[in-house]
Design a protein around this ligand. Sequence first.
Ligand code: TEU
Ligand code: CA
Length: 557
Amino acid sequence: MSEQQAPVSRRWWKESVVYQIYPRSFQDSNGDGIGDIPGIISRLDYLKDLGVDVVWLSPHYDSPNADNGYDIRDYRKVMAEFGTMADFDALLAGLKTRGMRLIVDLVVNHSSDEHVWFVESRKSKDNSYRDYYIWRPGRGEGPPNDWRSYFSGSAWTLDPATGEYYLHLFADKQPDLNWENDKVRSEVYDLMRFWLDKGVDGFRMDVIPMISKEQTFPDYPPEHRERTEYYHAVGPRLHEFLQEMNREVLSKYDVMTVGEAFGVTPEQTIDIVDERRGELNMIFTFDAVRLCSDGHRYREWTLPELKAIYRRLEENVGPYGWNTVFLANHDNARLVSSFGDDAEPWRVPSAKLLATMLMTLHGTPFIYQGDELAMTNYPFTSIEQYDDIAVRNAWKADVLTGRVAAADFLKGMARTSRDHARTPIQWSAEPNGGFTTAEKAWLAVNPNYGEINAEAALADPGSVYHHYARLAALRRSHPALVYGDFTDLAPHHPQLFAYTRTLGDETLLVLLNFSREPVEIELPAGVAVGERLLGNLATPSEGTRLAGWEARVHRVR
Ligand code: TEU
Ligand code: CA
């Protein structure tokens, strides 16, 4: 598949295993029901023992929490609920002491409407901060164009003070910054330096491809009316802005960057991650996670579709780029519930199979908190149980207007809502899963915490947690799993994902049975199953047979 001639550069961030923390839901330390930084600090050994190299912290900044911190009021302050700057410094030091790194979330497509820049900007048309945001007069009685917010409704809100509309691709409390303004860009570069000078090791950049807007502000072209992310991503000056950011800031530090690239296609990826261009190191593309959710509806996906996405990413990124591997984050339902089988007795083996895939595909793996415990979707049944602004706004826009039946809406959300991933981490069988000593956590703990929790996982050598740890160790001792070429051996097989990773004279074979049914594999000539390096069942099958949801990694003979 990929006969690569050019030597691929070796970088620490290619060899790393990244773990995402959503601080609000990780560990509460002071009994207010909200996760916090001291809580994270108390779990650093848990992360180290899991095999984590880099922690990605979802936003920890001062915020009114319209979107749980993705609406930043002060980029240089720590969210009071999470702790203080001293706590942040202690977290960074605690990670470094253990040989781990920290990347933080950079949310600069938009700020909070409570950020002082916006408070000023909305005051008058001649305010010196006016052009920090995107203001336009209406068109007739309505907004300037037909752009829609990802959280329902128009992307424009009329502000009575000046009679103009401001743009917000997300909530009305998340006004988009105007990247055309040099002053905005230099403010962003300054705040990046602030955190880099503290010693953070890079950034995950929130919806970064959307920062450059088409300045004529046209209506959506017909082909982009449905999936507007493909319109908003990769605007006219995106590459110019990223190259400037790299020149001004990133190139001066040894850091990693990963852009959240909602709306960027595999074909567009290389222009952002080509190391010769000086933009970002990696991006998250969403074709794989979106396989199972189409808006708020769950979609049945097939394994050949998933494999085709990985091949397409592989073919498009080439020797000068690098991929991420992830299937879950704080914006998607739970990994094992969406891509595995969360019915017993398949939950644990299927979660381990997914772990095996994430850690052996070609790219930097990202683990989302709780997936190492095979945490499952929450049994949501009513609208009141949801916290997420995306759900609440969509309910108002779709159900309360009669466009979607309540039952259909709730059925879809029960499979796709972002809140599934945001329920607190289940640490033990104590009340509230040991997440908090408060009577109630900010979002309900999944009632299955009695069986599914970290204490039980740590005590069980056959747990998903220990499987991740073994995979991390395997990846560390086999550079083929990091740098090796990827070959899909059975692209069209409906239940089997079988591939090799080859570097120099080492070839490893990964066999994954994505179903409850046993399967017998036919391997191509020249590929024979050799020594088993790792498996997910207590009693592994032999040779070319795989039991239901069995996963194994072998040497090739
Ligand atoms: O998400 C970007 C994004 O566009 C989607 O994943 C989005 O969450 C989904 O379409 C809504 O249903 C990023 C952050 O990861 C997300 O948590 C934020 O809400 C969003 O940007 C705005 O900052
Ligand atoms: Ca707390």
